[in-house]
Write a protein that binds this ligand. Structure first.
Ligand code: BES
Ligand code: ZN
Length: 632
């Protein structure tokens, strides 16, 4: 309700100013009505940040693998804007022991009713002069934002492992905090872990294990709560360049170093495009395979899945993506999860620019066409489903899991909106605009409406460009003026695809594995003609070994066609893949495809019974739904 009121005010403002004529007046008049970030409402946080907010957080934590808990305290230095008598934090299944004000006074607090999605509000009684609030607490062993791995689930099989995942609203399951992207805080931490393990955070990090398992961290640059992150394991560090490096388990290190040769170059390239990298170091940690995402842009330390370690450096666009978030997302942050496209759409656009710069325009076009085809497919699916409005860039996720917004709409429709704008005004002007956008909003949070007003004022009006911005942002589907994405490389692949009918043997295709890049092979698999049957797939598999190719993207794509065409030779390979890999992007379509038939569903359940204990809650919650799995 609020949003509509506010929007209509904004548009009335625009019309009034437009009527007033002169360009100068226009911006003056507009300024009175310009959208403000304070007006944004985050439906996914209970916190009262308009009244009182954390400015700095100090964590004092002990990580205990036996009980699978983190315990200690979160010391919040606060700014009491309205002299509020209470401060509200978000918590999810945290056990609160006591709350101390200003290091001296134990205070009263209450925990509201828990709801499955948001957790509960923790309301602490403070007074107008309170400077800090220290919450003593411990986490629940099933905390959704933490995954505790036993040694078997790691690469080295010798030590346990722990990592956190905060985005979107899971930080509250391991830190009592104002868990909204709408405010930024600095943080520091003293963390105690078992001797033999190293702890790293989204902060300045150690490069060697400490003698006593104690580590101290500092993040002096203000960040939103979803970017606080921790990983603990048998880790090593190797530099990749002057300001880049990689953390991983010893047995993964050589492969990671090989894969990431271009990371330093990526940082330099990104800086040339959109301005200084503001975070000091850019390191990566390659996690065990249960990590539910491809990557997570935790500042200074990207968390990444080992499924990008393909041995041929073909999946490093993921690094470009997470690195790009150092500008879009981490420097300029979406104010609410309804504005998620501001994080991801800008990042996909930026990622593609980095890839183009380093690997050439043809390579970048292949990547974009694959994304575009994914968008067309998902857009259709969403339009046919219960929430067609999810195809708008600006979302309304009130009462829903913010993860529901993690679709190709935010990512690819968002990026194509920017690409179409670029195509309209020209690259030079668009790059100037983006540089200024990042600079003008650095370390701020931003709403869609603020961006649109800024776009209008700084790009469209000065260049006298008419653009269907509202259609792109507030209407469903993909607008007709969407830039056309076409990769010439894929035309050649298409020619080969047409030949796969039963009368052709795979050999007659006259291609070898090494002739094509991963992306050409993905395109090939996706475009195997509808008439091809299980025998055709068997022929292809014999020649190319798709079932155990080794590259996760290619295998996942292949399993989908194989399931559809009943090519059952994939089963042992697919089972192995599903048991070891926890990345939701792969699991969701494979289980989804299996669940389409009775026989497939049986197989899916048989595999899932073995695989589920390896998955992160983010992944198993999605798959539980697909398989109608009763987890109790
Ligand atoms: N920030 C996202 C991951 C995310 C989004 C986690 C929403 C939780 C909620 C990250 O940058 C991302 O987009 N990862 C992608 C990879 C990327 C190359 C598209 C992924 O994990 O697949
Ligand atoms: Zn992203």
């Amino acid at each position: 309700m609020f949003k509509n009121q506010y929007l209509s005010l904004f548009f009335v403002g625009m019309i009034l100013s437009a009527c007033s004529g002169a360009e100068e007046n226009l911006s003056d008049d507009l300024s009175g009505n310009e959208p403000q970030v304070e007006e944004a409402i985050d439906h996914h946080s209970y916190s009262n940040v308009r009244d009182v907010r954390t400015s700095h957080l100090h964590l004092n934590l002990n990580v205990d693998f036996d009980s699978k808990t983190i315990s200690g305290s979160a010391l919040h230095s606060i700014e009491n804007i309205t002299k509020s008598k209470t401060m509200v934090f978000d918590v999810y299944d945290l056990k609160i022991d006591k709350v101390i004000l200003d290091g001296q006074f134990e205070t009263t607090y209450s925990i509201g009713e828990k709801d499955e999605l948001h957790g509960a509000p923790l309301t602490v009684d403070i007074n107008e002069n309170t400077k800090n609030v220290e919450i003593f607490y411990s986490t629940d062993p099933s905390a959704q934002g933490l995954q505790w791995l036993n040694p078997q689930q790691t690469s080295g099989k010798e030590y346990p492992y722990l990592y956190s995942q905060g985005q979107a609203i899971l930080t509250r399951s391991w830190i009592p905090c104002q868990d909204t992207p709408g405010i930024r805080i600095t943080y520091s931490a003293d963390v105690k872990v078992p001797v033999d393990l190293m702890a790293v955070m989204s902060a300045d990090n150690p490069t060697e294990k400490s003698e006593d398992g104690r580590y101290s961290f500092k993040m002096d640059i203000p960040i939103p709560s979803y970017l606080i992150a921790l990983a603990v394991g048998d880790l090593e560090f190797e530099p990749l360049g002057e300001r880049t490096g990689v953390y991983t388990e010893p047995s993964m290190m050589d492969k990671c170093e090989y894969e990431f040769v271009d990371v330093e170059k990526m940082v330099n390239t990104a800086e040339k495009l959109y301005g200084e990298y503001k975070w000091g170091r850019y390191d990566l940690i390659v996690l065990p395979p249960s990590f539910p995402f491809g990557g997570m842009e935790n500042p200074k330390l990207t968390f990444a899945t080992p499924t990008i370690i393909s041995g041929d450096r073909s999946l490093v666009s993921l690094v470009a993506h997470e690195l790009a978030h150092s500008w879009s997302g981490n420097l300029v942050t979406n104010a609410t999860w309804d504005d998620f496209w501001l994080n991801e759409g800008f990042t996909v656009y930026f990622e593609n620019r980095i890839m183009e710069e380093i690997y050439g325009v043809e390579y970048a076009e292949m990547l974009m066409q694959i994304e575009f085809e994914g968008l067309e497919f998902e857009n259709e699916m969403i339009l046919k489903g219960d929430h067609p409005e999810d195809t708008k860039l600006k979302l309304d996720l009130e009462g829903r899991n913010p993860d529901d917004g993690m679709t190709a709409i935010a990512y690819v429709k968002g990026a194509l909106f920017l690409k179409t704008l670029e195509n309209t005004v020209g690259r030079v002007k668009f790059d100037e605009f983006l540089n200024k956008y990042f600079d003008d909003h650095k370390f701020q949070t931003i709403t869609t409406e603020i961006f649109l007003a800024y776009l209008d004022k700084n790009l469209l009006k000065p260049n006298k460009v008419e653009f269907n911005t509202n259609e792109w942002v507030y209407e469903e589907g993909i607008p007709n003026n969407c830039i056309h994405i076409h990769s010439d490389n894929f035309d050649k692949v298409d020619e080969k695809c047409q030949k796969i009918t039963s009368i052709y043997s795979a050999l007659e295709l006259d291609v070898k594995r090494e002739d094509w890049s991963t992306h050409e092979w993905i395109h090939f698999i996706r475009h195997i003609p509808a008439e091809a049957d299980a025998d055709d797939l068997a022929m292809l598999d014999k020649e190319f070994h798709f079932s155990n190719w080794g590259n996760s993207e290619i295998m996942a794509e292949w399993y989908l066609v194989a399931i559809e065409k009943n090519y059952d030779k994939i089963e042992p390979y697919m089972e192995d893949f599903l048991i070891h890999v926890g990345r939701r992007k792969f699991l969701e379509p494979i289980y989804g495809e299996l669940a389409k038939t009775k026989q497939g569903m049986e197989l899916a359940k048989e595999i899932y019974a073995k695989a589920r204990p390896n998955y992160h809650s983010i992944s198993y919650m999605t798959i539980d739904e697909i398989l109608e799995w009763d987890s109790i």
